[in-house]
Write a protein that binds this ligand. Sequence first.
Ligand code: TZP
Ligand code: MG
Length: 220
Amino acid sequence: MRPPFDPTLYLVTDTELCRPHPVADVVRAAVAGGVTAVQVRDKHASRRELLALTRAVQAAVADRPDVPVVVNDAVDVALLAGADGVHVGQEDLPAEEVRRLLGPDRLIGLSVESADDLAVALGLPPGTVDVLGLSPVWATPTKPEAGPGLGLEAVRELARVAHAGGLLTVAIGGIDAARAADVAATGVDGICVVSAVCADPDPQEAATRLRAAMTPVGAR
Ligand code: TZP
Ligand code: MG
């Protein structure tokens, strides 16, 4: 059985952007504000540091078993920490191989940057991946190499095709509270944010604003 995964508001951590606050403190506050899933991402950390960081984040949300903790890219770290899953990009280990390592009981997320990437993802054996990260919606200084944005219309189309294939979608890249509702309106199942929470002086309040933007007005 896979862990529970509500993709509505998915926080991806960035150690530099959280400074001077420890990532685990930011995650705890953001979850109190309404973050529904967490991905530990630190491209500058050693494997040893990433393992410690993952464990610190897990401890920070130990009272919230409904909020999964996923590790970016590092399958070994995820297994050692007993994390809920792994998120891989197009240049990381192939999702099918990651599934072999993780077994059936953990989540796998996969970044999709084009219609071609999506077609490959939809051709994977059923159950290989749980969620696709449509990336990037807009160009973002958090990951300049992600390139120019797909734009909302392309995200809408990718989400439609992914859903027809039975996969969940989240959108990432340049999303803040002002843009979140427009992204939600494309039909994606959730949004991923880095700077909108990590770089905000009040991560709990930032998460609360983002979460409100993800809730249809009539349901608030
Ligand atoms: N993958 C695609 S864009 C991105 C990642 C990790 C960074 C998104 O950061 P921000 O600050 O939410 O634009
Ligand atoms: Mg990666």
